[in-house]
Design a protein around this ligand. Structure first.
Ligand code: F6R
Length: 609
């Protein structure tokens, strides 16, 4: 979602502010803006525009500035245009604010402010913040005192960075939306995510929820919403600049697809000793795991699909009953969660609003909470009882790829751990599974070496206006994920379905103008897939099949095929088929000239409901 940046320090060229903002581009946005004070001036300059930062850059003079804020907006209230773009300001143009999140009670606050004579220019919820602040400053409060009044009146989620034209300070606020402070040699840089800061400094303070910071050129102070002083520690960022650069790849998405084997190798070494799974930091006792009967999994989008694979694994190996739902539904369902249940929340960012809300709901019912998360220090990792990091490194492409396979891998390891604790898996069986899990990264490498054929196939299939993705069993979630990847970045309508459900509706779609991607590795449901493929072929549907190398039957029935290596344990196949599915979506989107890393309307981290 929106990205925010703030800087205060010794004077820097305005390009510094804009370049830091550019590092947040991947989050998705439709308009952008900056407010800054040129060196030796008291006047704040405001520049906003619809569209890309590139355009904003061209508008800016080569000013030096010493204090500034910047924003990329992803529209929620009001269409994407220059007026609705941030920063927003008060009636006197003294207070300038950029904001991530949603002020839920903005309508009633706006009514109150209109009665008090405030004039609004935009349709945004954000604009009430500078006006409300102005209102409290008018009531003879100093700006910080007034800000406390404001934040305690706002409902919803908000990360705010603001400047007041007469002061050498920036103000920051965090509630349910991430915000970090980078300590520079001279001055401070604030941003809504750490990779954007990591180019400039490795020394970072993660503001906690419900905190307010006042930052001057040489010092910073942090308070909670009750005005009590807090002393957060300065930590070290472990992200290297290489991790947040594309390097030799045309897109972050492609780079991240190629990173997957290495990530799985590292996870394997970290969480196993080849003989058994080791979760040293996991705070769930063996006694608790032994008696665990029910698991609820909550996640959104791709993380939900990873969780869905996890459901198949956990039910099969650990014999627990697993209920899974997308967080936006789970949070409002009357789920019978009890205190003896385990809730697993899966999230790349750890900041997804719906997932956090579903976790809070489960917490209120007393359930144990396990997070599977890629961002250490994120809200999710702070709110759960215990978590397993997926260590996939920063994921910049909006379409999730490496985070997905890392989540599935970790879920597989957790399944083995639980099944063993419950006595459903012997040490010998555990070793067998681990042996093949170790080889998965090598198999993925093999698939990546053969991507050229997929590039050609994608070209041919780019002409189809509608796709069906079919899978069975543990690859039904793979079908959902394959369809999601394609529609996200190529905008081609694509549906994922369990193949056995085809006759109950989707078969009506099939003719020679529709494409069907069939995930058909040689597993126990292979023969069923053969029948489905014959049915599609009989209706002239154009089939791309993902097959096990050496396949003899389906190979002759389909238009195009890609192969994945043969596995002994087919439950590992989602980790292999993910690579051709992601790459296929990538090549189709590339062929169609789509903006792969920043697809329209999408945000990397969905911090609002
Ligand atoms: C799809 C995608 C989204 C996310 C979803 C959850 O490619 O990226 O569907 O998976 O928004 O995000 P996290 O995992 O950060 O909770």
């Amino acid at each position: 979602m929106c990205g925010i940046v703030g800087y205060i320090g010794e004077s820097k060229p305005i390009s510094f502010l804009v370049e830091t903002l550019e590092r947040l581009e991947y989050r998705g946005y439709d308009s952008c803006g900056v407010a800054y004070r040129p060196k030796n001036s008291l006047r704040i300059i405001l520049k906003k525009r619809r569209g890309k930062i590139e355009g904003l850059k061209k508008e800016l003079l080569s000013h030096q500035f010493d204090i500034g804020i910047a924003h990329t907006r992803w529209a929620t209230h009001g269409i994407p245009n220059r007026i609705n773009a941030h920063p927003h300001f008060d009636c006197q143009r003294h207070i300038f604010v950029v904001h991530n999140g949603i002020v839920e009670n903005y309508k009633e606050l706006k009514k109150f402010l209109l009665k008090r004579g405030h004039k609004f220019r935009s349709q945004t919820d954000t604009e009430i913040i500078p006006h409300l602040w102005e209102e409290y400053i008018k009531r003879r409060k100093n700006p910080l005192e007034a800000l406390f009044e404001v934040v305690n009146l706002l409902e919803g989620s908000f990360a705010i960075v603001a400047l007041v034209s007469s002061l050498d300070k920036i103000f920051v606020v965090r509630k349910d939306s991430p915000l970090s402070l980078g300590v520079l040699k001279e001055g401070f840089l604030v941003a809504s995510d750490i990779p954007a800061i990591s180019f400039s400094t490795k020394r970072v303070v993660n503001l906690a929820d419900r905190q307010v910071g006042v930052i001057s050129k040489s010092s910073w102070e942090v308070y909670d919403f009750h005005r009590r002083r807090r002393y957060p520690k300065v930590g070290k960022v472990e992200i290297s600049s290489q991790e947040v650069e594309k390097g030799k790849f045309a897109h972050f998405m492609l780079k991240e697809i190629f990173e997957q084997p290495q990530i799985l190798k590292s996870l394997y070494s970290l969480y196993t000793n080849r003989e058994e799974v080791k979760f040293k930091e996991l705070n769930l006792s063996k006694k608790y795991l032994r008696t665990l009967q029910r698991i609820f999994i909550f996640a959104c989008g791709t993380a939900f699909h990873a969780g869905f694979v996890g459901k198949y694994l956990l039910e099969k190996y650990a014999r627990v009953s697993v209920e899974i739902d997308v967080s936006s539904e789970a949070r409002y369902r009357s789920l019978p969660i009890r205190k003896e249940d385990l809730v697993i929340a899966i999230s790349q960012s750890g900041e997804t609003a719906d997932t956090l809300a579903s976790v809070r709901e489960a917490k209120s019912r007393g359930a144990k909470l396990l997070g599977i998360c890629n961002v250490l220090g994120s809200t999710l990792t702070r709110e759960v009882d215990t978590f397993i990091p997926t260590f996939a490194g920063p994921e910049i492409g909006v379409a999730s790829t490496k985070a997905y396979t890392a989540q599935v891998f970790v879920l597989f390891l957790f399944t083995i751990y639980l099944a063993k604790a419950k006595g459903f898996l012997t040490s010998l069986q555990e070793r067998e599974i681990l042996k093949e899990l170790r080889d998965v990264s090598r198999y993925q490498e093999k698939i990546l070496k053969e991507l050229d054929s997929l590039r050609r196939i994608a070209k041919k299939f780019s002409k189809f206006g509608c796709f069906l993705f079919l899978g069975r069993g543990i690859n039904y979630p793979s079908a959902l994920e394959g369809a999601l990847k394609l529609k996200e970045i190529s905008y081609i309508p694509a549906e994922g379905y369990p193949a056995g459900e085809m006759k109950h509706g989707p078969i009506a779609l099939i003719d020679e103008y529709r494409a069907v991607v069939c995930i058909a590795p040689q597993d126990s449901l292979y023969e069923k897939m053969v029948s489905n493929i014959c049915e599609i072929k009989a209706r002239k549907g154009k089939i791309l099949a993902i097959l096990t190398r050496g396949d003899k039957e389906i190979v002759s029935l389909v238009e195009e095929k890609v192969f994945v290596p043969k596995l002994n344990n087919q439950d590992l196949s989602p980790l292999l088929v993910a690579i051709p599915l992601q790459s296929f979506a990538y090549f189709v989107a590339k062929n169609l000239g789509c903006e792969i890393d920043q697809p329209r309307n999408l945000a990397k981290s969905v911090t609002v409901e």
